[in-house]
Design a protein around this ligand. Sequence first.
Ligand code: MN
Length: 269
Amino acid sequence: MSAPYPDRLDLLRAPAHWQAVEFISDLHLQPGEPRTFEVWHAFLQRRVDKRADALFILGDLFEVWVGDDVLESSASTDQAFWRACADALKAFSLQTPVYFMAGNRDFLLGAEGLAACGMQGLSDPTPLDFLGQHWLLSHGDAMCLADTDYMRFRGQVRQPTWQHDFLSRPLSERTAIARDLREQSEARKRSTANDPSLWADVDAAAARAALLTAGAHTLIHGHTHRPAEHDLGDGLKRVVLSDWDAGAQPPRTEVLRLDAQGLRRIPLS
Ligand code: MN
């Protein structure tokens, strides 16, 4: 099986003064889930001395992103919501650097969207050199190799020509296409079973291969909505971020913090 990742990865070196970083993913921010937005917004508004030295968003920050013009266009449904997200991030980023890696929902966030949010884009995966070790950061979808339908779809929509064609369409048409795709995806989930444990998971061999390529010992990723820590053998580990849903019982709004003490999950609500 061929590795889903390139052989050469760009290393992100943490500045020497960083003492702690935080990771989040899979917030799936959307206008219909105001409670999740509110918890996240309060998280961003913490005093600077309560923050880590950087925030890493490892994909699916947004439930859907059909082009950066959703922030500007009067034809944009929910433009005020997307704008509020961008403004909150931008304000946060003036004090604390924010890094963004695309997920399978928000991979169309482009240069303008990144700039509006004050975020620096990261390739998937990116090794982070921090605390004298390499940590491999990924969204995780590219390693769910057993979901062959999705891997085929991903291969198509991540091509520049597909994206150029899609983004050339009117905003209303892109919004409609995205809605159809989400409905198909939801229907597929219902037909298999409404149980995340039955959805494709990250392939252990692919995770090990990516870690070895990166010279890293721990993979940190989201996407699967199955927060856990997996031992991959030989000192290699896979740490999975929680998704966010402030309306769930119990609520899921969790940050993963990394400092000299190690990795720690911090629930926000
Ligand atoms: Mn995802």
